[in-house]
Design a binder for this molecule. Structure first.
Ligand code: TNX
Length: 553
């Protein structure tokens, strides 16, 4: 019998029989196992209607969650997420060295339950059964992420919570929020009120694709999160052992900042928040004011987010304005950089110093390796060419594998002409399911491969960097609403999750194509607007209006 689990666990032995969740069933857990136990309680309560109590000890039919380690494993790390799940006709036993592993096992149970149990209210009308099975599981990578761009199109807080829950269901452990960009600034920063007053909205948005020449929609678009909103998101994720990594994209992609505070730019002239998409020449001036601005923002960010990592962006930062600015050139000379092009490297180092003083490490897109490079402890999100990963590793950087050709879910999911508007490219599910994020990695043989992410200080001075893991990107230029994001994300994100958790041998032995049909019934029960395997439903197609497919390259 196939259990259609995604991701595929390391070892699964199905047994005959089932465990029935009955009125006498209890969940036994104590101490740090209690949080994961309540997650299981909530999952059962919603979809089965049964309030299975969490109790410290039990003599009767029980689901037991037990911590086996000393609880001191670092999280996130692959060791922290190991778990054993044993379902017999009489009992369900979950053991893990860390509560994170218990939570992963709870997610596996959510997948083992009938798909209808994932609904918000019971519809099943029959006993809730779990197939007997014994599972021994551990992820290949300690960083399994998904990035959501909430800057190009603001995404409501409720959707962040839903995405976190969907990430949890797929055993992902990082949700990266791209909080700022040319088209909008999405978080409150005390002392800089115009960031939200001015920078959080734009007057209108280009219709269709930026290159399709259809004009603008004339409709203001915007929104931002309060500190309380973001703390709620962080806490919701933390209960699921998911780290929310914030990104503040600097020193490029700052049109929303400069609309609010033109004095932070190189020309002082005011530009509105961008209403179209692409790469803009406007970047921060290499001034003390701009550095102070960044520090103030990072101070707020580190107060809200407990992630050991803060993403500083760093992508697509044109040098045009600096090269044309006598002040920028003078600053580069004063700093003895040897070249104006190195100003970005100076920004990166300054941000990293400030964040390091707060016990955090920076992550940047792979452009931060250029023109002077990045501090040794900077983690690189490799997004352009996969080959950059080896260069970054050789230079001693830890790496998050995120190449556009393999994990950019804003690319078209197929060649079909009826696909709704996406940015460009072609990224079918098959490409994802074949991609190996670390081909030369000894982890591939599925033996011991513990590579903890560790704390902020670890990795300093390492001669060769480590592959932290894999991350999918959901850029939202052309995915304006949660439904459109869901279409782009699913089921391809399930294939990314499989890639991030399971070793290559396991993925080859259990092709995801065999497990997806079963898994789609889970997404269906959750009301996810996924793309059917054969192509879009008529109502998901691009049609002939502004949402029509447009291939600009
Ligand atoms: C490049 S990936 C960008 C983003 C776009 C994306 C679209 C990266 C670091 N920069 O600004 O949204 O391509 O795929």
């Amino acid at each position: 019998m196939s259990l259609d689990l995604i991701p595929q666990p390391r070892s699964v032995s199905p047994q005959p029989g089932t465990f029935t969740v009955a009125s006498a069933t209890v969940i036994a857990a104590t101490g740090d196992a209690t949080g994961p136990a309540w997650l299981l309680h909530d999952a059962l309560r919603a979809g089965s209607g049964m309030a299975v109590p969490v109790v410290p000890h039990s003599e009767s039919a029980a689901i037991t969650l037990r911590l086996t380690g000393d609880g001191h494993q670092d999280f996130p790390s692959t060791t922290a997420e190991r778990y054993r799940l044993n379902v017999t006709e009489d009992a369900v036993t979950i053991e893990a060295p860390h509560p994170a592993g218990l939570v992963r096992a709870v997610q596996t149970i959510r997948q083992l339950l009938p798909a209808d149990t994932l609904r918000a209210a019971p519809v099943l009308g029959r006993p809730i059964e779990l197939p007997c099975v014994s599972i021994d599981d551990e992820p290949r990578f300690g960083w399994r992420g998904v990035m959501l761009d909430v800057a190009r199109h603001f995404q409501p807080k409720e959707f962040l919570l839903r995405l976190i829950d969907l990430a949890a269901l797929h055993q992902l452990n990082v949700v990266h929020l791209h909080l700022t960009d040319d088209q909008g600034w999405r978080l409150e920063v005390p002392g800089w009120p115009r960031l939200t007053e001015v920078g959080s909205w734009r007057s209108e948005t280009v219709l269709g694709h930026a290159n399709s020449g259809l004009g603008f929609d004339g409709t203001p678009h915007g929104g931002y999160y309060t500190a309380a909103d973001l703390k709620e998101v962080v806490a919701y994720a933390a209960a699921r052992y998911i780290t929310v990594v914030p990104e503040i994209d600097l020193p490029g992609h700052v049109r929303s900042v400069l609309a609010a505070y033109p004095e932070l730019g190189n020309t002082g002239s005011a530009h509105p928040v961008a209403t179209t998409f692409g790469i803009f020449p406007e970047v921060l001036a290499p001034s003390d004011e701009a550095l102070q601005f960044a520090r103030d923002v990072f101070d707020v960010v580190t107060e809200i987010f407990d992630s050991p990592y803060v993403h500083i962006g760093g992508d697509e930062c044109p040098r045009t304005e600096w090269l044309a600015s006598p002040r920028a050139k003078a600053r580069a000379d004063e700093l003895d950089l040897g070249s104006t092009d190195r100003l970005q490297s100076w920004f990166t180092a300054s941000f990293a110093d400030h964040l390091r003083s707060k016990g955090r490490r920076v992550i940047g897109w792979d452009e931060i390796l250029e023109d002077g490079g990045a501090p040794a402890d900077a983690v690189i999100s490799v997004w352009r060419e996969f080959a950059t990963a080896s260069k970054a590793l050789a230079a001693g950087h830890d790496v998050i594998v995120a190449p556009q050709k393999a994990v950019y879910l804003d690319w078209y999911p197929s060649d079909q002409p009826d696909e709704p508007l996406h940015i460009h490219g072609h990224l079918p599910l098959e490409t994802i399911s074949e991609f190996d994020p670390a081909p030369a990695d000894p982890a591939d043989d599925e033996t011991e491969h513990v590579r903890p992410l560790g704390d902020a200080a670890e990795g300093l001075g390492a001669s060769r960097g480590r592959v932290f893991g894999v991350q999918a990107q959901l850029w939202t230029e052309y995915l304006p609403t949660p439904r459109q994001v869901e279409y782009a994300a699913f089921p391809r994100l399930a294939a990314v999750a499989d890639m991030a958790w399971s070793g290559m041998n396991s993925r080859r032995d259990h092709p995801i194509a065999d497990r997806l049909p079963g898994h789609l019934s889970r997404l269906g029960a959750l009301g996810v607007n996924y793309r059917p395997l054969s192509g879009p439903h008529p109502w998901q197609q691009g049609g002939t209006g502004p949402r029509a497919r447009f291939d600009s390259r």
